[in-house]
Write a protein of this length. Structure first.
Lengths: 299, 445
């Protein structure tokens, strides 16, 4: 018996070590760059470091404060509004372009595909600087139009319009990216399905609603989740425009800008970590709900 | 308070900083230890080495070049890490992270307190700074003590205020140069009526400017005694400023161009921004940023709140400080003493900087300097007189950098909505008090 069980034990042990060997490098990096920062943020969020009085443990006080913080809710409401309006517009445009490219009836398909995708290759900071210049009512494009036609367009960087102006920049940046997701999903639909539809006498519109859209539902869900995460993390565009319109874009304009101001203007690192964790959890919940819904429809 | 803001660099900085925010903000203070003795400074200079200087003051480029020529084994890396608040954010960031901290940083007087109270910058007394008593004019010398015993920086320049005005524009429309703020409002109306493109000034809400105006008006909104802080924007000086400036804001007499942007420089160049009430450090920036308008601009004494008055205030003005985390404080001190109290001062004066050194402020050569940019005007006489008439007793908050960062959230709203300046100031007061309370200061009324 002993001669049988010894190699067995050895084999079992060797098997388990081999597994760790494969997963080890990944787990090490994962723990270092992913779990450790999150753990450290959670740790930070339980303390409060004051200019006078130093650092001390405060339990969940930061969380209580954040949930009652009008600034936090205001910024969250703002990105939620952005999410409800900008994301559907952007995804609809992306879908429209993807369907047009896929229809095979477009001249210069490759040119359009690359041209519409190109803005995504422009860094967000550069894109925002460029748009910020165009929005200028004095020396920018808006100003030039006003001068040329003797009209007075509303200032895109005024407090009432600046959110829409940011929405326009983000749409310009990301239509191409989402279009590519949809387009590649459309390309893998087997051609036999279209042939079958044609034999059944289905028109183009019918093909879209009955074949194409159901087939790319997975891609639609993914793009929506990416957009939700991107919206909740909105930072670059408003942060750059803040130089041009400091009164319109406040230091609590989006949750990320609030976190940034708390941390780097106010040196409230602990409270900033708290807000970041709450936002992370919220984003996870919303993204998960969308995924669940998307998958259920899929079934 | 000078040279151009670099939005691209700032944006990238913001993005990187955010990425670091979660992981790299827990650095600890090691407590202030100061540097070595003056002998150590001399030894460091002989030994040589490399230091990094973060500053946005344009005249420092020549100072660095001269310094490197005089001490060939010293290498000075001059970095523009942003202007004012942008740079403080980057500096705070580096100090928290414990890496990438420069050896010397330009810090404006109003911001020194925030770095000193956190022991982020070194006390320079032992390295020789305490021997410099009397070298600098009293205002800046007071400021570098940051309300305590230590000396946290050497004054680099000072900013007694004056009114820069575009003479060509005033002459063209036959408008008198204002001597009181009431006349300033009248001139604003006349200019804007004569040409709707012309504004008396550009202002979309600037914390430094607003506090300086209140300072000149005799207001004392901030009272600081150690860790006990009072904030009150309802005193006479503050109210006076708010009421006068409200007229300009309500009547749309101020250009809504943000300061230090391309549009702002263009406005200064093409005459659509007719005046600029600001600190005496401005001429160097005019020469570098608005070269096209050379000869158009002149300097006048700051308009007064009382007819026939002579009150003035400081606006901006910077010191060079040494972060506690610097690896070579002795060499860093050798550089800042050269730049602020040594030969560097003359280099900087030649390029239009405004001194904080008593000897230079009263020298004939300085007072009689003719500015080609201002049509040969001996502008330093106006600045020097302003420096003597700065209203005494002003103090900033020990967390003024934070307070200024929320200025546009509060007072700035008066420039873009129905909110009045007085309401905006009340809001600023409340939010600044809340922050002070949270940070453990004792708030008094």
């Amino acid at each position: 018996m002993a001669t049988v069980s010894a190699p067995l034990r050895a084999a079992r042990r060797r098997r388990s070590w081999t597994g760790w060997g494969f997963i080890g490098p990944f787990m090490a990096v994962f723990a270092l760059v992913f779990l450790a920062p999150i753990g450290y943020s959670v740790y930070l969020s339980l303390f409060r470091d004051q200019l006078i009085g130093g650092n001390h443990y405060v339990g969940l006080a930061n969380y209580r404060q954040a949930l009652q913080d009008a600034q936090f809710w205001e910024s969250l409401t703002r990105v939620s509004l952005f999410l409800l309006i900008q994301v559907p517009i952007m995804l609809f445009l992306a879908l429209l372009v993807a369907l047009a490219l896929d229809s095979g009836r477009l001249y210069g398909r490759d040119f359009f595909r690359i041209a519409i995708f190109l803005p995504y290759a422009v860094p967000a900071v550069v894109a925002t600087l460029m748009w910020g210049f165009m929005y200028g009512t004095r020396f920018g494009l808006v100003g030039n139009i006003n001068d040329a036609f003797g009209i007075s367009l509303p200032d895109p960087l005024s407090p009432d319009l600046v959110l829409a102006a940011i929405g326009n920049i983000v749409t310009w940046e990301f239509v191409g990216y989402n279009m590519l997701i949809f387009y590649s999903a459309l390309r893998v639909i087997p051609h036999s399905m279209y042939e079958a539809a044609e034999i059944d006498g289905a028109g183009q519109l019918r093909v879209i609603t009955a074949i194409k859209l159901p087939a790319i539902r997975g891609a639609l869900v993914i793009a929506t989740i990416f957009s939700i995460i991107g919206t909740f993390q909105l930072f670059n565009e408003p942060a750059i425009l803040q130089n041009l319109a400091p009164n319109a874009i406040t230091t609590d304009y989006t949750p990320n800008i609030l976190t940034y101001s708390l941390s780097f203007s106010g040196q409230q690192h602990n409270y900033a970590a708290t807000v970041a964790i709450i936002m992370g959890l919220l984003t996870m919940v919303v993204a998960y709900v969308v995924q669940l819904r998307g998958m259920r429809k899929d079934a | 308070m000078s040279t151009r803001v670099r939005p691209l660099a700032r944006g990238l900085g913001l993005a990187c900083a955010l990425a670091l925010a979660v992981t790299a903000c827990g650095g600890s203070d090691d407590g202030g230890s100061g540097g070595g003795s003056p002998d150590d400074v001399q030894a460091a200079l002989e030994q040589g080495g490399k230091i990094t200087v973060w500053a946005w003051e344009p005249t420092l480029e020549s100072v660095v070049a001269d310094f490197e020529e005089k001490y060939p084994n010293v290498q000075v890396d001059l970095v523009n890490a942003g202007t004012a608040n942008d740079q403080y954010t980057a500096l705070q960031n580096a100090i928290s992270a414990g890496s990438g901290v420069p050896d010397v940083a330009q810090i404006e007087y109003y911001a020194l307190g925030q770095f000193a109270i956190a022991d982020s910058i070194a006390d320079l007394s032992s390295m020789g700074a305490s021997d410099l008593e009397g070298t600098f004019s009293p205002g800046p010398w007071n400021s570098v003590h940051a309300g305590g015993e230590g000396i946290y920086g050497l004054p680099m320049d000072s900013g007694p205020m004056a009114l820069f005005y575009n003479k060509t524009v005033f002459d063209e429309y036959g408008v008198e140069v204002p001597t009181t703020w009431d006349e300033y409002v009248t001139a604003a109306r006349e200019l804007h009526e004569a040409d709707p493109d012309v504004y008396i000034g550009a202002d979309i809400g600037d914390a430094g400017f607003t506090t300086s105006m209140i300072w000149q008006a005799g207001g004392h909104p901030y009272t600081v005694d150690g860790t006990s802080v009072g904030i009150d924007f309802t005193d006479e000086g503050s109210t006076r400023f708010a009421e006068t400036w409200q007229q300009l804001v309500s009547e749309g007499l101020l250009s809504d161009v943000a300061g230090w942007t391309d549009a702002w420089y263009q406005g200064l160049a093409d005459g659509t921004i007719a005046t600029l009430p600001t600190g005496a450090w401005m001429p160097a920036n005019f020469e570098s940023g608005v070269p096209g308008a050379a000869g158009d601009w002149r300097v006048a004494p700051l308009p007064q709140w009382e007819e026939g008055g002579h009150a003035s205030a400081e606006n901006g003005g910077s010191s060079l400080a040494i972060p506690e985390a610097s690896g070579n404080k002795e060499l860093a001190y050798a550089f800042i003493e050269y730049a602020d109290a040594g030969e560097g001062v003359q280099t900087r004066l030649a390029e239009g900087a405004f001194p904080a050194t008593t000897a230079d402020l009263s020298s004939e050569e300085f007072l009689n300097t003719e500015f080609d940019y201002f049509g040969g005007q001996q502008a330093n006489q106006i600045f020097a007189e302003s420096a003597q008439n700065v209203v005494e007793g002003w103090s900033y908050l020990p967390y003024q950098v934070y307070a200024n960062s929320i200025f546009n959230d509060t007072v700035g709203q008066a420039y873009v909505s129905d909110t009045t300046l007085a309401e905006g100031l009340a809001d600023w007061q409340q939010k600044s008090r809340d922050y002070g309370q949270e940070q453990g200061f004792t708030l008094t009324d």
